[in-house]
Design a protein around this ligand. Structure first.
Ligand code: FMN
Length: 342
């Protein structure tokens, strides 16, 4: 996201502050509770966290979200994130590769990810405003080649482009380009938001066009309206609470599973083990987080990220035992709206 190295550096810095987060809106998971099953006979060793991600076995249903690349420190951040992902055997996304399409010297800030993580799924990334301008597969293949990507994310950040100085909120031709390139590409094309959410209607159109995965990246966590406002030192935007909460997106987009075969990724404000488990229970195949991971890597390096994900997984195992769910997809019937408990 963004058209310069400086912008990317600012985004990373601002996103670490509390001010970068939605204030009133939440991701919505607090409205749900798990159905406690007192008679569970499951033991830790019976619970299976490993899952399939586009034909690859990963150790737990967690993805390190697309974040960075393109400037000096991004090399170190990506290097540590990749080390953590490799150790955890989970997939990782790189940040928007637009900068490296414009400047070859920035390629190492992305290719370091594949160097440090030779055995896990790595996902390329480009914004829709750029993607719609691609006339052939060349730029996408270049993005894929430098990181030997297993999939490509196209991010939809319309509101961010509207609020960003020099942004380009022009996605004309998006569906047509998804149809064309998803057919021609050797790897799956996944569409993601960046924190405003993907509705069922939008997801349906994207899947019909050929997208093989949807990352809802809903509202409730990082707010790009707030980040752009802080960056440009403007007054609060009336759009600072805009967006569909993550839990709503996951629940409604999951309904499309009966018509489409796709990977549903939950992200946006998923910062604790209960939201993680609940997002899977609402129908996500895999969960993802950006800011909480960034915070750990900046504060404690790859060890911090490894510990964070391991702790999330430890709680997930407990939740699965307590709800009598051997596999993560069995969590599905184990969720209840809190108001129904009274
Ligand atoms: C510092 C930072 C940089 C990001 N850069 C990108 C990007 O380049 N491409 C993209 O698709 N999403 C990007 N995102 C969005 C995340 O992938 C994610 O969708 C969003 O932050 C919501 O997750 P969160 O609430 O866990 O932060 C970025 C997020 C952060 C925090």
């Amino acid at each position: 996201m963004g058209n310069s190295k400086d912008r990317k550096e600012n985004h990373v810095r601002i996103s670490l502050s509390e001010e970068s987060q939605f204030k009133e809106k939440t991701a919505g998971f607090e409205r749900y509770d798990f159905l406690h099953y007192a008679a569970s006979e499951l033991r830790e060793e019976d619970v299976i966290l490993k899952t399939d991600f586009f034909g690859r076995e990963i150790s737990s249903p967690f993805l390190i979200a697309s974040m960075t690349g393109g400037y000096g420190d991004a090399f170190n951040i990506n290097s540590m994130l990749a080390e953590a992902a490799e150790e955890l055997n989970i997939p990782i996304g790189v940040g928007s590769q637009r900068v490296m399409l414009e400047e070859d010297s920035l390629i190492p800030t992305f290719s370091i990810v594949r160097k440090k993580a030779p055995n896990i799924p790595v996902i390329a990334n480009i914004g829709a405003a750029e993607f719609v301008k691609f006339e052939n597969l060349d730029p996408l293949n270049k993005m894929i080649d430098v990181i030997e990507a297993d999939a490509v994310f196209v991010h939809l950040n319309l509101l961010q482009e509207m609020l960003q100085m020099g942004g380009n909120p022009d996605f004309k031709g998006l569906i047509q380009k998804i149809r064309k390139f998803s057919n021609e590409l050797d790897v799956p094309l996944i569409v993601k938001e960046v924190g405003f959410g993907i509705s069922k209607e939008a997801a349906k159109n994207l899947l019909e066009a050929g997208a093989k995965g949807i990352d809802v990246a809903g509202a409730g966590g990082t707010s790009w309206s707030r980040i752009e406002q802080i960056r440009t030192e403007k007054d609060p935007s009336p759009f600072s609470e805009w967006g569909l909460p993550t839990s709503y997106c996951v629940r409604t987009v999951a309904e499309l599973k009966k018509d489409f075969d796709f990977v549903l990724i939950a992200s946006g404000g998923i910062n604790d083990s209960f939201s993680y488990a609940k997002s899977l229970a609402l129908g996500a195949n895999i969960t993802s987080a950006a800011r909480s991971i960034l915070k750990s890597v900046v504060e404690r390096g790859s060890e911090g990220v490894i510990e964070l994900v391991q702790n999330l997984n430890k709680d997930l195992v407990k939740i699965m035992i307590l709800t009598n769910s051997k596999k993560t997809n069995e969590l599905k019937e184990k969720l209840i709206l809190k108001e129904e408990l009274f």
